[in-house]
Design a protein around this ligand. Structure first.
Ligand SMILES: NC(=O)C1=CN([C@@H]2O[C@H](COP(=O)(O)OP(=O)(O)OC[C@H]3O[C@@H](n4cnc5c(N)ncnc54)[C@H](OP(=O)(O)O)[C@@H]3O)[C@@H](O)[C@H]2O)[C@@H](O)CC1
Ligand SMILES: Nc1ncnc2c1ncn2[C@@H]1O[C@H](COP(=O)(O)OP(=O)(O)O)[C@@H](O)[C@H]1O
Ligand SMILES: [K+]
Length: 522
């Protein structure tokens, strides 16, 4: 796991370097600028004709930009610097670097330092190949004020490779939210990774995130507490359930899926078939009588049982007693995909959860909808809502939730003592202890019918095999998205379906096992 820090913690490291180590801020800024230049060289195809546009604000983030511009100049690149503040407003290290740049740039007639006056001044950047945003960093507070907002909008409209210094301007680096945010292709973040770079608008607006250095290493950060982590491939690997040599099919994980209805039989099939492909020994899919024959003709190796639905085509409260035996039998019960939202189905779901409180449930889709007013039965379960389902579950508007879902989700998992897999781009996992695990795999090709059902299949399969909620959620989410990344390479982000994703799960598992156990014999 890679720890993520708040902007306050990162700023405390800067203060530690200056006050306790005795390193002048100017040295930190110089280190920052040099390492940003190194990352630019590593990540961009530069040529001697590459022209840079650097837009610098009035704080130390702007100072980083002035210092970077100096390194670009002395390394032979043409640079157009737009300074949003000049020596009347700048101070400290940023002022020193502004003056040094102003003195130096005179010797480079092709390059320019321009004091920003009006939005139109930015038009000159249309000729730039690379635009560097050193407008605001960790000193940013609240939504962007003018003229910053218009400046960022204008920069976003220019076609160039975009680099953000420390963070994209406009992003709240703690919450991952921002109304108008610089759209970076590369973000060189200084010292350590910050939480908001990886979710919300951070996920969509940072591009590739790499680290730059201010020259104090990471030892200081090892002493800081954090509750937010990026999931690494190794975490997915160590959390794949073990398969002992003496397993048999009933000790290899028994999954009962209560899913599917007349209108939505496909979701149930996807989840059940995926559970087998993720390693469960026995998977039983319980569906209403009136669709059982159709489902049987379409399913592969999962066993289909049916319950009486009086021709209704969905789960009713009356039918729940017919499921009791199999609920007792199962190690994990996955409930929800394709169940539908009839009042009778809602009551049936509540009834099942209430009677079997304490069993291991993976609760998805329509079952989440059903439990909006019955959250007292969620203890020990894994819930897998997308943002819309979660907003409905906690009774707030999805637009309000989007601004900062983290505190809501943390509170929910802690209060209900469950694991919450908040699906999205990226997916975030919350545990009852208040920790957050951020997924690092996946792509927009996953935004397609049925991919969530596949996730339910993977997680319930892992949970039946290991009995470990957190391990199953972390590994399941990572591998599900990794399978999508493998598919994107083969079929592009347009071409793969949920069925392909289900088929790809074993290959994602293999990919990770091969990565970490390269020498293992069959
Ligand atoms: N400290 C160090 O030693 C090191 C720091 N480093 C670098 O410094 C960065 C932090 O620098 P910082 O603290 O100067 O803040 P910074 O992000 O430049 O912004 C301050 C300006 O933003 C303005 N402003 C704020 N909110 C706003 C809004 N919503 N809309 C519009 N304006 C807004 C605010 O204006 P004010 O509200 O004061 O009028 C103020 O002028 C950090 O990210 C890293 O890059 C590295 O070089 C390593 C060493
Ligand atoms: N743009 C995206 N980038 C990465 N993952 C995505 C994106 N859009 C959707 N996903 C993933 O796809 C899955 C969609 O799940 P869900 O909305 O429940 O689909 P369905 O209900 O159709 O099965 C989730 O795992 C989600 O994280
Ligand atoms: K920035």
């Amino acid at each position: 796991m890679i720890p993520l820090f708040t902007s306050r913690q990162v700023r405390s490291a800067d203060e530690f370097a200056i006050a306790k180590l005795g390193l002048p801020g100017l040295v930190l800024m110089e280190n920052a600028a040099r390492s940003i230049f190194e990352q630019i060289k590593l990540n961009l195809p530069l040529s001697e004709n590459t022209t840079f546009g650097v837009v610098s604000g009035k704080g130390n983030n702007g100072g980083d930009g002035f210092a970077l511009a100096r390194h670009l100049l002395i390394n032979g690149y043409k640079v157009i610097v737009i300074a949003l503040a000049d020596d009347k407003e700048l101070k400290g290290d940023a002022l020193v670097n502004f003056r040094a740049l102003r003195n130096l740039i005179k010797y480079y007639p092709d390059s320019k330092l321009i004091k920003y006056k009006r939005l139109n001044d930015l038009s000159i950047l249309k000729n730039a190949d690379v635009i560097v945003d050193s407008i605001l960093g960790t000193g940013s507070k609240g939504e962007l004020r003018e003229p910053y907002k218009s400046i960022v909008e204008k920069l976003n409209s220019i076609d160039a490779f975009k680099v953000a210094v420390d963070l994209p301007t406009g992003l709240d680096v703690d919450t991952g939210y921002g109304d108008v945010v610089f759209e970076a292709d590369l973000t060189v973040t200084l010292s350590e990774y910050k939480t908001g770079l990886f979710y919300g608008k951070g996920y969509t607006h940072c591009g590739k995130v790499v680290k730059g250095s201010i020259g104090i290493g990471s030892e200081y950060y090892n002493r800081l507490e954090t509750d937010t982590y990026l999931i690494e491939p190794e975490d997915a690997f160590v959390n794949i359930p073990l398969k002992e040599p003496d397993l048999h099919k009933y000790s290899a994980g028994k999954v009962l899926l209560i899913a599917g209805s007349r209108n939505l039989p496909g979701a149930a099939i996807l989840a059940a078939e995926t559970a087998l492909r993720a390693g469960a020994g026995a998977v039983i899919l319980a569906v209403p009588d009136s669709i059982s024959e159709t489902v049987r003709t379409k399913i592969g190796s999962a066993v289909v049982i049916s319950y009486n639905d009086n021709g209704k085509g969905f789960l009713t409260e009356e039918a729940t007693s017919q499921l009791e035996e199999k609920i007792c039998w199962a190690d994990t019960i996955a409930i929800g995909p394709g169940l539908g939202r009839d009042k009778d189905t809602i009551n049936a779901v509540i009834n099942i959860l209430k009677k079997n409180n304490g069993k291991k449930f993976v609760i998805d889709a329509d079952a989440i909808f059903a439990l909006a007013n019955s959250k007292q039965y969620l203890k020990n379960s894994i819930l897998t809502p997308h943002l819309g389902e979660f907003a409905n579950l906690i009774g707030i508007a999805v637009e309000d939730l989007k601004v900062n879902p983290i505190p809501h989700a943390k509170k929910f998992a802690a209060k209900n003592k469950c694991h919450l897999v908040l699906k999205g781009a990226p997916t975030l996992i919350f545990n009852p202890a208040g920790e957050v695990f951020v997924n690092t795999t996946g792509n927009q090709g996953m935004a397609k019918f049925g991919t969530g059902d596949v996730l339910t299949g993977v997680i319930s399969s892992f949970l039946a095999q290991s009995g470990n909620n957190e391990a199953s959620a972390i590994s399941g989410v990572y591998l599900h998205s990794l399978a999508a990344d493998l598919l994107a390479e083969e079929k592009t982000i347009y071409g793969f379906t949920a069925n392909d994703l289900m088929e790809k799960i074993p290959y994602a598992i293999k990919f990770i096992i091969d990565t970490f156990l390269p020498d293992i014999e069959d």
